[in-house]
Each structure stands twice: as structure tokens, then as C-alpha cells.
Design a binder for this molecule. Sequence first.
Ligand code: M6R
Length: 364
Amino acid sequence: EKAGFEHFMMKEIHEQPKAVRDTLNSVVKDGRIDFKEMQISDEDLNKYEQIYIVACGSAWHVGMAAQYVLEDLTDIPVRVELASEFRYRKMPLNQKALVIVVSQSGETADTLAALRLAKEKKLATLAIVNVVGSSIAREADHVLYTLAGPEISVATTKAYSAQLAAMYCLAVQFARVREKITEEQYSFYISELLSIPEKMEKVLEDKERIQWFAAKYANAHDVFFVGRGIDYAISLEGSLKLKEISYIHSEAYAAGELKHGTISLIEQGMLVIGVLTQDELYEKTISNMLECKSRGAYLMGLTTYGHYEVEDQVNFAVYVPKVDEHFVGSLAVIPLQLLGYYVSVAKGLDVDKPRNLAKSVTVE
Ligand code: M6R
């Protein structure tokens, strides 16, 4: 049942190209995105003035990444909320908002409660869910299914990637319907989206390099992940993957925040992982990383092929293929998932069932 892999997590990491391909193929028809199945019309997509994305854990991280893509491609302001906060927060809600809840299981208690709250407030709701017929899928006005298949490992990988892909489709379709992008740009984005699965395969081919690095850092006590924009969102996910299954304390910071407090924690030999996939932000983030290096930190830089200057700046470089920058997080997250996995294996831990955690959190 593990298809020759030692753990479900590794099997699911390898199923990501398929999960993304299947999810994209379910909405991309003849080169166009088609949301007919979830009964959302172009008219609907035109009327929203605000988007709230509400979720927990990794699904919230998907929201954090999607926010940058949605806001950059469309004219709609996006707010990303932790479901456990949203449900108790008395915030003024825009009545012309779309509330997007994201959940692999479709049973997460806080996310379900947030969905019910949104419905009570008469807001339009859309659920991005993996489990067909789950509570969240049944109760939301519209459902966009991720086709990741059953996910067994507590640490999510393929569901996360499929959720990101679903979000990209929403962003591109919103952008086209609202005429924020031209027909040419629309086709370009769709072909870039369709290129993701193959590029993911390529990233997976390099896994031994990450395994080697993981063995070296298996005894680390603290790891920091930094990045700006989409790279920050990917850092959040990388950090959760590591801590969740390896029990190493790790934190993700928006790189610009380091000098507002966190840099005082940097000590000799500490690992700082920088995500550097956004060309415009590369210089800014690498300079924050170099400040850590001069205080003794060991640097891992995760960037795209072509940024070979990184070799002179960091101690360990990892590359992913290029794709339109809005979508590159789908590739950058994979080496970070692999890092969490290999560290956990090197420490002899229960990778698929980390202590104190459940696959689906049905209590608050
Ligand atoms: O089933 P959901 O997507 O609603 O679950 C949300 C979180 O509990 C989940 O993503 C959790 O953070 C994972 N264990 C992360 O790997």
C-alpha cells in the first residue's frame, strides 16, 4: 500500500505531480478554466469586492501564498485568517465578499465553524476540499475539489500542493473575467500552470542532495526559515513540515523582520534557510541572510536555476526549475518537505504519525 516507499509521506511527496495534474485537469478544459462543475459563473466572479481565506495549519499556509497571487493578478483585496481566530473575531465583514475555506479533510472543527459563521452572515462561501462528501464540502455554497486522493501521512504534502493549484486557477480565472489580464496572458498563465507537474518531477530527481544535507542537520536545535512575499508563505510551510515530524524547533520569519528582534537569537552554527524564488526580492532577502551568516549562521539558499551567484553567498544551494513566479512556490516547497522527511528518518522518528498530532483535528 506504500507502493514500495518506506513511509506514506514519501509516497505522497512523489504523488504530487499527479495530484496537481489531476486537479488542474479537472478545471482546465480546452485551454480554458471552467468552473461550471462548482456552479460558479463569471457573473459571480465579477461581483466580489473582497476575499477572505480561512483555514488552519498548512491549508492556512496555502491561503498565505494564494493571497499574493490573487492580489497581484486581480483587483480584489484578500485577507487570510486562521479559522480559530476568524470564528471569535468580531470584525466588520464586507457583504460582497467571497469566503474561501480550505481543508484537506473537510472536517477541521475550526474551519467548519468559520464556514458556518460566514453562512450565518450571508456571505458567499467556496470550499477547497479534498474529501468528497465531507462536512465542509456538504455545507459550502460552492466546492472546488482537489484531486489529491487519500492522504494518510499526518504531515500534508500532496493535498497542500493540490490546494495551491486550485487557488492558482481561481486567481487566473478571476483575473481574466475581471479583465485584469489579456487573453494572451491568460493562455500564458494556463500553460505555465500545466507545466508544474513535470517540473515537480524534476525537483524530486534531486532528492539525494537533500537527504545528504538532512543527515548533516539532524541534530540541529533551532532552524530559521526566511523569505519575502510568496517566499515567506513557503517558508511558513517549510518550517511547519520540519518541526511537525522532526521535533526540531523552527520558525519562519518575513526576512525583513529579522532585524526587529529575531536576529538576536542567531548563534554560531545555527541553520538559516532562505527561500529566494522571487527575482525582485532576491537581493533584499540574501542581504538579510548574509547578516545572519556574519553572526555565525550556516546558510541554505533555495532559489531557481540561473541564480548561480547564490553559490558564493550561501553554504548550501538548492535549485528548482523556473516557472512563472506566481506559481514557483509549488516547486520550492518540495525540497523543504523532503528536508523535514529526511531529518525525521535520520532521527528514527515516526514520520507518518508524529507524536501528539492527529490527521484531522475535529476538536478546537
Ligand atoms: O484537514 P485540514 O486541511 O483542514 O487540516 C488542517 C491542518 O490541521 C493541517 O494542514 C495540519 O497543519 C497538517 N498536519 C500540516 O502538515
